[in-house]
Design a protein around this ligand. Sequence first.
Ligand SMILES: Nc1ncnc2c1ncn2[C@@H]1O[C@H](COP(=O)(O)OP(=O)(O)OP(=O)(O)O)[C@@H](O)[C@H]1O
Ligand SMILES: [Mg+2]
Length: 280
Amino acid sequence: MTEQPILDEDYCDDPANAHERFCDQPPIVVEGLVNKFGDFAVHDGLNLEVNRGEILGVVGGSGTGKSVLMRSIIGLQRPNAGRIDVLGRTITAVDLDQKIGVRRRWGVLFQGGALFSTLTVGENVEVPLKQFYPNIDDNLRKEIARYKVLMSGLPEEAIAKYPSELSGGMKKRAGLARALALDPELLFLDEPTAGLDPIGAAAFDRQTRELKETLGLTVFLITHDLDTLYEICDRVAVLADKQVIAVGTIPELIETGHPWIEEYFGGPRGRSALATHERG
Ligand SMILES: Nc1ncnc2c1ncn2[C@@H]1O[C@H](COP(=O)(O)OP(=O)(O)OP(=O)(O)O)[C@@H](O)[C@H]1O
Ligand SMILES: [Mg+2]
């Protein structure tokens, strides 16, 4: 496959067709990824494909490189080697500083939320709209932001609130609203339910599933939450030993017999999540 650099013009011509453009290829393809910090390799020959329209759960022990993998896929981390194609474009073939049109086709909820504390929820959602569509009229931009906030399950009153006035769960939803600002095809979520109570976490999971189904999203979901894996993920990728050691449904993963996977899904928490899932 030849490398296709990302050009802004590619995405300005016919947005209506953009979603259909690369249907024959998985939306995310990672091949032979190597990421090093000094002498320390986080990834060494990592391969992964994410299928269109799926929620792919990404699991692995703390420090195995889940967030670094996500940052590489969205072009924030320049890998030492390997190739990453996103929506038919080779992310690893362009300078990170170069303005890339493909960026407007994904939304990201970073681990920790990363909302601007001096902006209200509505203004936070307006940030990517201003950045990528500077010519949108102020009223329309506010209206789009309002719609995204409501779509993320926050009440109308939350639009004018500052992040410091929100609960942890509301902050996550505000981050989700901002990730949805540009009508993305791909949604990246880094531990979206971490720190939420079980009811809040389950509600967030339902919201993610609903959004995926109604908007036809492909979701890359990093999580330690076993309930999330059972309830909403179509497949799960396991990071260990600097690679993706297995990808599949949870029963398929358990069949691999890999010790880490067995311990993860077969330990007390794994068994309890499975029991909850089976009770439905
Ligand atoms: N900018 C950086 N500079 C140096 N080392 C880094 C940098 N970013 C990440 N690392 C290291 O890379 C490794 C993987 O980090 P990463 O944040 O991807 O882990 P993770 O799997 O997301 O962990 P967690 O589950 O705790 O979020 C860690 O050892 C981390 O210290
Ligand atoms: Mg992380």
